[in-house]
Write a protein that binds this ligand. Sequence first.
Ligand code: ZN
Length: 497
Amino acid sequence: MKTIYLILVLLSTFVVHAYAQQKPYMDYVLSWDGDTSILEVELTYSASQKDSTVFVFGDPSFGGQNDIFNVIKNIRVSEPEVVRIDSATRQITVYHNGAKVPQLRYEIDGSFNESQPTVASQTELFRPVISKGFLTLVNKQFTLEITDESNPLVSFIWRDHPENFNYFNSVVPSQTDPSQKLSAYYNQVSEMVYFVMGSNIDVREYNVMGIPYYSVTTKEDKYGNDLQGSLSPFFERYFPSIHRFWNDTDFPFYFLAASALQNNQKEIGAGGFGIRNGFVMKLGRAFGTWEKYVTAHETAHTWVGIKMMLGKASFDHQWFGEGFNDYTTLINLANSKIYGQEEFLHYLNEETLKKHYESEVKGAPNDAIAANYWTDYANYGKLPYRRGLIYAFYLDNQIRLASNGKFTLRNMLLDLYRYRKAKSKDEALTVDDFISAGATYIDKAALSQQVKQFMIEGIPIDFNSVKLIDAFNVEINDSIPKLNLSEGADLATIYQW
Ligand SMILES: [Zn+2]
């Protein structure tokens, strides 16, 4: 496996270089002095036969970047080129006027708003952070979108950077010298570039079933965190567990980047976002139970939510994309012993069953979620997570009972994953596929009725009439179901693969 992987990497690197002479390109040269909040960007690109090139900067859907021209500044070209900026559309148009090698220079201002500490986690998560001794950048914060997508080859190189700072890039993570050029394809770059550089940065590499995993953290913070120590159980146990769950090691690499907020006046929480094969978290408090859950949930999305989605859009069937992902997260946390019995039952009972059965919108139909998602996130945003997790738990119990313990929900999900792999890229998994996969294990008519009633129409499951495996029992108080482990039952035995 290892040999094949190496050969493929060499081959694809070679292809990038071989084409570099012919295909249109965008070459970014970056500079930062390690001290100020300014990143200097010099973009050289090909624009043969074109009178002008149109770029777009920023993405308002990424954390609401509305005042984007406070971030990109001092945009300039050299004669004979002329640049025109339309801040309303975020468009930057360069008229080449016969220039042989078009070049655009600009600055990214990574300073943050000192007067608004309560939005610090948000502004640092969705804004470039460039401060004394510390830099984090995601592509949406410093690269330009070329509107005609005409330049397929992209490269990055650091011209000026502080010596002896630790450095991580998500393009080729094994490359640890910033002055070496990184090459990628434009369509890859749009979802995968993350840079971290700093004096307080620690980068460690793990080998998880032959796949390189990178752990990128701040070393010390004012919350007393030892982030490398907090993340190591994920690399040592959780990732092996979830790869074994899915029988899947089809991955080039994966990274987790967790850093303490720089501009935090008080303890105000944590935030994160996933980018293809990585997860970025910023936190302003101690790494605790919630952060463990978030790390596990977001990284589990690699399968349910990214590789596997029901319907064409992620909003169609979030009960699967979020809820079934939450269940695989929870049972993998149990399998890897990151969550013990108490944390497992707390998440199932307090965070899920109680909140769901107390919710005023628990009976809202599936198609009411998208419309209310952002305006009423507390109710509608959480609804599909809870509804889906509860059903996944119930379905797992049904499959175990019907097969006398021989099969579990995992077998059905693995079959569904095979369906996914047999389809073309443009073809979506459907609710019918979900039902077909489950019909191997339980009665098809019953399953189809359950999906329709509980997931699509939104009728809450009545736990009075639910039969569970011997290891679990349920009590119902004021219409709220609460699960317990039966005497002698052990999570590590229930959830093993
Ligand atoms: Zn999620």
